[in-house]
Design a protein. Structure first.
Length: 430
């Protein structure tokens, strides 16, 4: 059967039953290796004349089922599961950029991604140029002949202002630069491929897994970017790759479909760096996907109720939520998140840093953890945790102030969520 509805795809896409046992649930293929049928088949697999399982560092049937399902839900052509969201972010850049190249990135990033881009990739010779996404043309101004990738988060925390996907994607395509979107905070709420993005990635650790049990990431190829249109712009895709028998990736796998980007990532970066997703984790993410449409609706409903509650508190100086933006930010939220959806809420207390810390320490229902997207409600103080490695100016650019508190709203009854917030806010008054 075919369907475009996420509720159906989350349960049926990419898998029907195990051919050997007829199992409906995807088995955990906890194996390192796969026996070849014969010498010819083995040679064909290694030469990419056909696709199949060789070694679980590169491909595994449990991971494959997850990859197919998420690619179908996202509207992409193929996907690659990796060990973490950080690995996914790194691979999205490293797949195209080499030493001496550069990437233009939004300033509105998760703190770990900022550190990866500003420091680790810099050490590898890849420059990341940070620009304010409130002005899409800033991406064009930061582009030069060595720019290979644009990168952004769809619903970045802590600002929670939707990124101008369509505007920046169009700018990138005029240069031959693909837009990579980290859609971790907006699964099912925004489909970046519908707005022109070329690549979508997730930390599956968050809402896709949904239960705080497993670390993982995934990259989805939209199959909608012409890598040959600007060959000088994308040498990694259009010149011989010495790591794979001189393959020219824009040409090498044309017979398998428009999957050059994701195939290159699988057979070079994943093969060489080894950031493979565990089959057991892939199994757990498949379980999470089955209820993702239901959970995102409830996360969004509860988060909106929390935002409305906080807006009525005199001790809260500011509420950060897509439904509470003004001006151009509100217009962008209306375009990409018309119902003011999302499971994150930020706020600032009039008492600043000290009040924020008292609030965190007074919580009873909320967990104080460095995660988002859990079924449970979570809270953290970014300036002293997730964004603490950033300088004050970098924190400000990312939207982190000393008194900012981030909430990831869970699936508990809304009365219990609001009750815990009320008592903690009262305690924060000192």
């Amino acid at each position: 059967m075919t369907s475009k509805h996420p509720e159906t795809l989350a349960l049926h896409a990419g898998w029907r039953r195990d051919s050997a046992t007829h199992s409906v649930a995807v088995p955990i293929y906890q194996t390192t290796s796969f026996q070849f049928d014969n010498a010819e088949q083995a040679a064909n697999l290694f030469a990419l004349k056909e696709l199949g399982n060789i070694y679980s560092r590169i491909m595994n049937p449990t991971c494959d089922a997850l990859e197919q399902r998420i690619a179908a839900m996202e509207g992409g052509v193929a996907a690659l599961a990796v060990a973490s969201g950080q690995a996914a972010s790194a691979f999205c850049v490293q797949n195209l950029a080499r030493a001496g190249d550069n990437v233009v990135s939004s300033t509105d990033l998760y703190g770990g991604t900022w550190n990866l881009f500003a420091n680790t990739l810099k050490d590898q010779g890849i420059e990341v140029r940070f620009v304010d996404p409130s002005d899409p043309e800033a991406f064009a101004r930061a582009t030069d002949d060595r720019t290979r990738v644009y990168y952004a988060e769809t619903l970045p925390n802590p600002k929670l202002i939707p990124f101008p996907v369509a505007e920046v994607a169009a700018i990138g395509r005029s240069f031959g630069v693909p837009l990579v979107m980290d859609n971790t905070a907006a699964p099912l709420l925004v489909r970046p491929f519908d707005h022109g993005a070329a690549v979508v990635m997730y930390s599956t650790t968050k809402w896709i897994g949904g239960h705080g049990t497993s670390i993982g990431g995934i990259v989805i190829d939209g199959g909608n970017f012409d890598w040959e249109a600007h060959p000088a712009r994308q040498p990694a895709m259009n010149t011989p790759d010495p790591s794979y028998h001189g393959a020219v990736w824009s040409q090498a796998v044309k017979g398998l479909g428009p999957i050059a980007y994701i195939i290159k990532m699988r057979v070079t970066l994943l093969r060489d760096l080894g950031a493979a997703m565990s089959p057991f984790n892939a199994f757990l993410f498949l379980q999470g996907l089955e209820t993702l449409p239901l959970r995102m609706r409830e996360h969004s409903r509860n988060a909106r109720a929390v935002a409305d509650f906080l807006a009525e508190r005199k001790d809260v100086s500011r509420v950060i939520h897509p439904a509470y933006h003004t001006g151009g930010d509100a217009e962008r939220s209306a375009k990409y998140l018309p119902a003011g959806q999302g499971g994150l809420v930020g706020f600032e207390l009039g008492g600043g840093l000290a009040a924020g810390q008292r609030f965190i320490d007074a919580l009873k229902l909320f967990y104080h953890v460095a995660n988002i997207g859990d079924a449970r409600s979570l809270a953290i103080h970014p300036a002293s945790t997730t964004h603490s490695q950033l300088s004050e100016s970098e924190q400000a650019a990312a939207g982190v102030t000393p008194g900012y508190v981030r909430l990831s709203i869970g699936l508990e009854h809304i009365d219990d969520i609001l009750g815990d917030l009320a008592q903690a806010l009262d305690a924060a008054k000192g």
